[in-house]
Design a protein around this ligand. Structure first.
Ligand code: SAM
Ligand code: SF4
Length: 334
């Protein structure tokens, strides 16, 4: 079967899937305290997620990243992970992974390992218990730390993702780096994006430019640029003194578009071809209207990929209100 190639000759090999819009945290940069979540019938069922992901794998997707909302709060989510194992076993899928807040990992680390998950990205912005409670509103740090322990004990490679917030985790730049080095954990900093209507603009006034963060890091460590490209918005350096990898994700920059190999599926079955643009394709109708044949779904996927834009320019004036991409990160998955 012909693989998915977009109009700019980029093979599409990476699918991010949001399996729920719900979460057990309310991070201030991501959600408002009183979120209205989607009615259940809008969500793809686990069987539909399986069918969709399997179709993508059949079309050449080799890497699946499961995200949310918080993917591990989706009921019976292990049924889905376990179903994906067959694609790892067949060799069609090279990697099955997830991005999680870590709150449920103590329970799920071993079953995830058993399903074939070898790497996990855990979002953690601070190692200070009170600050953690403040930024996540509902989260408890010790629970997440136990989750990280469980993931490492199961054998998974852990990467931490921290949203860079000036005046918040800026003072922890070196302590977090050292904490990660000691545990052989790579650390990636994410520049905060203005997303959705989260009702707390003043707390977002803490934008911390990653070039600035990098300069601070270079005061204490020798940084070597790593050539590796993941086809995504991350750039990596190695800290020569510790050997650890530190990443920088600047989602708003479009210097990575030319190598973009990914698309994102929301929990309602909308396919976003580009994180920076509002264009989407409805795959749920093709799924639900044709329960007995995957051909219309395949056709809908190919059509969507044929519309993948060359890149984004984050021209907010065209795409959104008040400089915000109007959808929430928890809807498309970060
Ligand atoms: N709940 C999971 C978690 O927190 O890892 C997965 C979904 S979360 C939306 C994925 C990533 O998006 C997290 O690393 C989070 O920090 C990041 N994120 C959420 N809102 C963001 C924003 N406004 N700017 C930058 N990153 C954001
Ligand atoms: Fe939940 Fe992740 Fe958003 Fe935090 S960043 S509120 S953990 S979805």
């Amino acid at each position: 079967m012909d693989k998915l190639i977009d109009p700019f000759a980029r093979p599409i090999s990476y699918l991010r899937v949001s399996v729920t819009d719900r979460c057990d945290f309310r991070c201030v940069y991501c959600m408002s305290e009183n979120m209205t979540f989607l009615p259940k019938k809008e969500l793809l069922t686990l069987e539909e997620l399986d069918r969709l992901c399997s179709t993508f794998v059949g079309l050449g997707v080799e890497k699946l990243r499961i995200t949310g909302g918080e993917p591990l709060v989706r009921r019976e989510i292990m049924t889905f992970f376990n179903a994906m194992t067959r694609h790892l076993d067949s060799g069609a899928l090279k990697e099955l992974t997830l991005t999680t807040n870590g709150s449920q990992l103590e329970k799920f680390a071993q079953p995830l390992w058993d399903a074939g998950v070898r790497r996990v990205n855990i979002s953690l912005d601070t190692l200070d218990e009170q600050k953690f409670a403040d930024i996540t509103r509902w989260g408890r740090l010790p629970q997440v730390l136990r989750g990280i322990d469980a993931a490492q004990a199961a054998g998974m490679r852990v990467k931490l993702n921290a949203v860079a917030l000036k005046g918040f985790n800026e003072p922890e730049l070196f302590s977090m780096t050292e904490w990660c080095a000691k545990r052989d954990i790579d650390l990636t900093w994410i520049e905060v994006m203005p997303m959705g209507d989260i009702g707390n603009e003043d707390r977002l006034g803490q934008y911390w430019k990653l070039t600035d963060l990098r300069d601070r890091l270079a005061e204490q460590y020798t940084l070597t640029d790593l050539p590796e490209s993941t086809g995504g918005p991350a750039r990596y350096v190695r800290l020569e003194e510790t050997g650890q990898k530190v990443g920088f994700i600047t989602p708003l920059s479009h210097n990575f578009c030319e190598s973009c190999n990914r698309v994102r599926l929301t929990c309602t079955g909308d396919l976003f071809m580009c994180l920076g643009q509002e264009d989407r394709a409805d795959l749920r109708s093709a799924l639900r209207n044709h329960p007995d044949s995957d051909a219309p779904l395949e056709q809908a996927i190919r059509k969507a990929i044929s519309m993948k834009p060359e890149g984004h320019d984050f021209d907010y004036s065209r795409q959104s209100v008040d400089g915000r991409v109007s959808r929430h990160m928890s809807h498309t998955g970060g």
